[in-house]
Design a protein around this ligand. Structure first.
Ligand code: FMN
Length: 168
C-alpha cells in the first residue's frame, strides 16, 4: 500500500475475528516499530508481545477496555530511559514506534487500536503488575491487534484553520 493511502485510510479497529496474527505479520509490525525515528537514534523502547488469552483477559479490566477480549495479539510498547541519550524524549520516541506499528498493521490488513497507558498512573501500575515489568521500564501504550471484524470508512480531518503561514 502506498504510504499516503495507508495514512489516510487507517482507522482504530476495536473488533476482531479469532484468526491469529501470523508470525510473519508480527515480524513486519515489530520491524516497523523498531525502524521508527528517535532522538539521537537512541531507540529507548522495548516491547512485550502478548497472545496468551488469560493475559489478554487481564487487560479488559483497565476500564473501557472490554473490547480487548477479542484481540488476538497485544503489544505493550514500553519506554526504557536507560537507553536515552537526550533525557526526556522517550515518550515521543515510543509514540513514533507505536504509530509505525499502526500503519504497518493497516498496510498488511491487521486492525489496531492504541490503548492509552502512560501517563495514567493506575494503568501503568496495573500493566507492570500483569506483565511483571521492572520499575526501570515504563509501560507506555498498548497496541491491540487482530484480523479486523469491522470496516471503517476513512476520515477526512483536514482543517485549514490549523495552518499558520510564517507567523501565528
Ligand atoms: C495517545 C492515544 C491514546 C488512545 N487511547 C485510546 C484508548 O484508551 N481506548 C481506545 O479505544 N482508543 C484509544 N485511542 C484511539 C483514538 O480514540 C482514535 O485514534 C481516535 O478516536 C481517532 O480515530 P481513528 O484512529 O479511527 O482515526 C487512542 C489514541 C491515541 C493516539
Amino acid at each position: 500500500m502506498e504510504t499516503i493511502k495507508a495514512i489516510m485510510t487507517r482507522r482504530s479497529i476495536r473488533t476482531w475475528t479469532n484468526e491469529p496474527v501470523s508470525e510473519e505479520e508480527r515480524r513486519i509490525i515489530m520491524a516497523a516499530a523498531m525502524n521508527a525515528p528517535s532522538a539521537a537514534d537512541a531507540r529507548p523502547w522495548c516491547f512485550v508481545e502478548i497472545d496468551d488469552r488469560d493475559t489478554i483477559g487481564a487487560f479488559t479490566e483497565l476500564g473501557g477496555t472490554e473490547m480487548l477480549a477479542e484481540s488476538t495479539y497485544l503489544v505493550m510498547v514500553c519506554g526504557d530511559v536507560s537507553k536515552e541519550i537526550y533525557p526526556g524524549f522517550w515518550p515521543q520516541d515510543c509514540s513514533c514506534a507505536a504509530q509505525n506499528m499502526q500503519l504497518a498493521a493497516h498496510d498488511i490488513g491487521i486492525g489496531a487500536v492504541w490503548v492509552a497507558i502512560y501517563p495514567l498512573e493506575e494503568r501503568v501500575r496495573k500493566c507492570r503488575e500483569v506483565l511483571s515489568i521492572p520499575d526501570s521500564i515504563t509501560p507506555f501504550a498498548l497496541l491491540a491487534m487482530g484480523v479486523p471484524n469491522e470496516v471503517l470508512p476513512p476520515e477526512d480531518r483536514y482543517d485549514e484553520s490549523r495552518r499558520h503561514q510564517n507567523k501565528w
